[in-house]
Design a protein around this ligand. Structure first.
Ligand SMILES: Cc1ncc(C[n+]2csc(CCOP(=O)(O)OP(=O)(O)O)c2C)c(N)n1
Ligand SMILES: [Mg+2]
Length: 321
């Protein structure tokens, strides 16, 4: 990617995710967020680099750490924040919260509190795209904690057999809550598992948005051309606690976290931009101010929005047809 504009778009998307998450973390401590809040701070490059290749009609299946996937796929930040505040204007009308973000109109097919099924759902979507003879693509984002779940093996195997147009994107942030991945995996090289299911498995620096962008571009092109699925293992790290309000230093050290903060994907891209002359510091600062204003407005929108009417609590529970 050489052109200036797409590069700035990657920066903008990562910044939007970061500032939304920092806003939500603050709001969580004020009691504004109802339910759990797992932020994506430190991992922004992955959703951003992958989603840059997706069209509106492509679909994403996400996890409990899904705010970044939602924003990168095109969810309006007002609808995200209002949803976490439990308001009627949220993308799930305030009924779902962080782990039930749905916006099929932009291809966001759901975040989820259950670790693993997004892999099977993406395989299912890929199967339907193949039957319909479209060149649409399905993406599953999931953590290292999902790869020893049966869903991983079943979903990748099926996608491998039928050459489904799916990207399996493992965000290996090296912990499942407090369990180090190295202690829970017989084979901790997730990318190497691609071979077991007949698909390319690629390990990459998940904090390098340009690396993610390049690898995802090739995987999406393969999927659209009928050449089948790809497994991407993006090595990364979350620099906030597993979920807001949780303790953080019983299973990892402050030094580890500080060290990974220096590998922040946004800082990395900024340094690269300045070194190569792709963008000036003024341009990046202006962009950051613009994004900060968008996030502040989204927060005000959420806080001022109405609560759902209790009389409608049973609406949208069952499909009427
Ligand atoms: C099927 C299932 N088992 C266990 C849990 C409890 N749980 C919630 S988050 C989590 C850790 C997930 O780790 P990972 O997939 O690596 O994602 P991360 O939180 O690191 O982004 C677990 C085990 C769950 N939600 N669903
Ligand atoms: Mg993890």
């Amino acid at each position: 990617m050489q052109e200036k504009q797409p590069f700035l778009e990657l920066y903008r998307t990562m910044m939007l995710i970061r500032l939304c998450e920092e806003r939500l973390a603050k709001s969580h401590s004020r009691g504004l967020v109802h339910g759990a809040c797992h932020t994506y701070v430190g991992q922004e490059a992955i959703a951003t680099g992958v989603s840059a290749h997706l069209r509106l009609e492509d679909v994403v299946f996400s996890t409990h750490r899904g705010h970044g996937h939602a924003l990168a796929k095109g969810l309006d930040p007002r609808q995200l924040i209002a949803e976490l505040y439990g308001r009627e204007t949220g993308c799930s009308r305030g009924r779902g919260g962080s782990m039930h973000l749905f916006a099929p109109e932009v291809g966001l097919m759901g975040t989820s509190g259950i670790v693993g099924p997004c892999i099977l759902q993406a395989a299912g979507a890929g199967y339907s795209f193949k039957l319909l003879k479209t060149d649409r693509v399905a993406v599953a984002f999931f953590g290292d904690g999902a790869v020893n779940n049966g869903a991983f093996h079943e979903g990748l195997n099926m996608a491998g057999i039928w050459k489904l147009p799916v990207l399996f994107v493992c965000e290996n942030n090296q912990f499942a809550t407090e369990v180090p991945f190295a202690c829970s995996a017989g084979n901790p090289r997730v990318a190497h598992r691609g071979a077991a299911y007949g698909m390319p498995g690629i390990e990459l620096d998940g904090n390098d948005v340009l690396a993610v962008h390049t690898a995802a571009g090739e995987a999406v092109a393969r999927a659209r051309n009928g050449e089948g699925p790809t497994l991407l293992e993006c090595i990364t790290y979350r620099t906030r606690p597993h979920s807001e309000g949780m303790g953080d230093f019983t299973y990892r050290t402050r030094e580890d976290v500080e060290q990974w903060k220096t590998r922040c994907p946004i800082l990395k891209l900024k340094r690269h931009a300045l070194e190569t002359g792709w963008a000036s510091i003024e341009a990046l600062d202006t962009l950051e101010r613009e994004v900060a204003a968008v996030v502040e407005l989204a927060h005000e929108f959420g806080e001022q929005s109405d609560w759902p009417n209790p009389a409608t609590a049973t609406h949208h529970v069952y499909a009427s047809h």
